[in-house]
Design a protein around this ligand. Structure first.
Ligand code: SAM
Length: 271
């Protein structure tokens, strides 16, 4: 861990600080449940059902988020970027970043980063024979550790796509999500891209969702942010069309699930 990562802050330990614990609802395994996956335990399902009470559309929102991720990766690969650093990877599912990127750029390299031990075990099993990918167990609050590991596969003198998809809302303001992002953005050259999605505070039910993550003692709290707060995370970058928009509004391909629950953006580092 970096010096900057203070353990045991106001929210206690992070999931990355402890081995897999089936009794603590994991935000990664809850998301797997929302996506219809099987890599979750009773504690995850119980907490996920409470979230469903707060936001009955959450399964559609999770699918919309995955669909955005895939559209964005396809777009960035189409811009010529063939290196991806995916922070907050999630459990492997269909249409993972390396699969989507390689449909456009067959030589694409992907470093996956997650602080959840189960994500890392499953991803290692999936990627064991793939020399163009790696999976790192690290915490977003330790960007130096992420960079050290990513440099083993990625060439930081060439553009990199940094993905922060449905992960920044697991860092409260006290954990300085903008500063942690900035450390990674500062490390990549012009032409690099940032892809992000984030729970929207304008959707009132997300406030109850956040309260539910806390009351269920999930492995991380969930902090929804406003459109302006999400836009501020991209200060200094060129936000590409169509700007900071809802999940279904970002370059729709047709048939998108319509929801106000999340903000998305793709931005480029120009200077
Ligand atoms: C909701 S899932 C999103 C997965 C994927 N990015 C997607 O959008 O489909 C959030 C992921 O971020 C991971 N995560 C949460 N807090 C993290 C942190 N501080 N550092 C690294 N990963 C984190 C969780 O373990 C989980 O796998």
């Amino acid at each position: 861990m970096d010096d900057e990562h203070v353990k045991g802050g106001s929210d206690g330990e992070s999931a990355g600080d402890r081995p897999e614990d089936a009794t603590v609802p994991s935000v990664a395994r809850m998301y797997d449940y929302f996506l219809g996956g099987k890599d979750n335990y009773a504690s995850d399902r119980a907490a996920a059902k409470k979230v469903l009470e707060a936001l009955p559309t959450v399964e559609g929102v999770a699918r919309a988020n995955r669909a955005f991720l895939q559209r964005a990766v396809r777009f960035v690969a189409g811009e010529g970027v063939d290196q991806f650093l995916d922070v907050g990877t999630g459990l492997p599912t269909q249409g993972n970043v390396h699969e989507v990127a390689r449909a456009v750029r067959p030589d694409a390299k992907v470093v996956y980063v997650d602080n959840d031990p189960m994500v890392v075990v499953h991803a290692r099993a999936l990627l064991a024979t793939d020399a163009q990918t790696s999976i790192v167990q690290a915490d977003m609050r330790s960007p130096g550790e992420i960079l050290d590991a990513a440099r083993e596969l990625l060439d930081f003198s060439r553009p990199v796509c940094l993905l922060f998809v449905a992960v920044l809302h697991f860092l409260p303001d006290a954990e300085d999500p903008a500063g942690k992002m900035r450390r990674l953005i500062d490390a990549v050259p012009p032409g690099s891209h940032v892809v992000l999605s984030h729970a929207a505070a304008e959707e009132q039910r997300n406030i109850r969702v956040g309260e539910t993550y806390r009351s269920q003692s999930a492995s991380a709290p969930l902090v929804a942010r406003t459109r302006d707060e999400v836009a501020a995370l991209l200060d200094g970058l060129t936000v590409l069309d169509p700007g900071v928009v809802r999940l279904h509004e970002w370059r729709p391909a047709g048939g998108e699930y319509v929801t106000d629950a999340g903000w998305t953006a793709v931005a480029r580092k120009d200077g």
